[in-house]
Design a protein around this ligand. Sequence first.
Ligand SMILES: *[C@@H]1O[C@H](CO)[C@@H](O)[C@H](O)[C@H]1NC(C)=O
Ligand SMILES: *[C@@H]1O[C@H](CO)[C@@H](O)[C@H](O)[C@H]1NC(C)=O
Ligand SMILES: *[C@@H]1O[C@H](CO)[C@@H](O)[C@H](O)[C@H]1NC(C)=O
Ligand SMILES: *[C@@H]1O[C@H](CO)[C@@H](O)[C@H](O)[C@H]1NC(C)=O
Length: 256
Amino acid sequence: MVFWFVCYLVVVWLISASDESCPELPFVENGIIVIKEVEGQILGTCLCIKGYHLVGEKTLFCNASVEWNAPVPTCRLGHCPDPVLVNGEPSSLGPVNVNDKITFKCNEDYILKGSNWSQCLDNHTWMPPLPVCKSRYCGPPGNPAHGYFEGRDFNSGSTITYHCEDKYHLVGTRDQQCVDGEWSSALPICELIQEAPKPIPQTAFEKALFAFQENKELCKAIENFVQRLKENNLTMEELKYSLENKKAELEAKMLS
Ligand SMILES: *[C@@H]1O[C@H](CO)[C@@H](O)[C@H](O)[C@H]1NC(C)=O
Ligand SMILES: *[C@@H]1O[C@H](CO)[C@@H](O)[C@H](O)[C@H]1NC(C)=O
Ligand SMILES: *[C@@H]1O[C@H](CO)[C@@H](O)[C@H](O)[C@H]1NC(C)=O
Ligand SMILES: *[C@@H]1O[C@H](CO)[C@@H](O)[C@H](O)[C@H]1NC(C)=O
């Protein structure tokens, strides 16, 4: 209980016989600063007495005897930092003592992530760590490239449906539900539907052949046929090759 009326700064200087020295640290009420030299650097570590917690940087350093790198911290009433729960309420708001236990509750439409209780430990920390309150509202989901979603309600429990543009098909989950602030599955993707490439000389030949078949008058048909061949830049060599292909195809059909 000596702690309650001793308010001295205890400074332990371990500085070697050097000309250089850091500016002296002021008193820290309800705490001590321990000075150490680590690898040529002067480190100051602030420790608060029982019933008080640290606000500011715990460790200061002074490397080239010029300045401390941060303002001197303070020790405030309450063995652990005051519990903060945005969009929620801890069971106690005031200063706490060692071993005090508190519980947490989130406001309506918020969900607790983490432990619903915590205890103030000897080393001035809360264990388990303080939880957070997360909104149950999901917010608008993203759109995949070449896709979109249908649905306007992004509150917990509501559902949206993904669609892809023409020529794209959906890979992943089509229907998604907002569950306590998070969409139930990862964003789907829209994948281009692969079309089989067309054999070029064969179609050109078939076009010409079709023109031949659709004309009753033979002369007109031949004229048309030659015209189509020209349009498609088919040489006689290519025509011969195409005819042979067609013949082989027909023979194969007849045999099967
Ligand atoms: C030492 O102090 C100088 C001057 O304040 C600073 O520029 C430098 O970054 C410090 N070195 C280290 C290792 O912190
Ligand atoms: C904390 O959570 C547990 C289960 O996870 C539950 O049984 C208990 O009632 C909760 N306490 C409070 C204060 O909400
Ligand atoms: C405080 O003590 C607990 C339990 O002994 C330990 O798990 C935790 O890491 C300590 N925290 C710090 C910052 O030293
Ligand atoms: C045929 O060849 C001409 C000239 O070389 C070219 O302009 C035309 O686009 C070609 N037509 C086809 C169907 O390949």
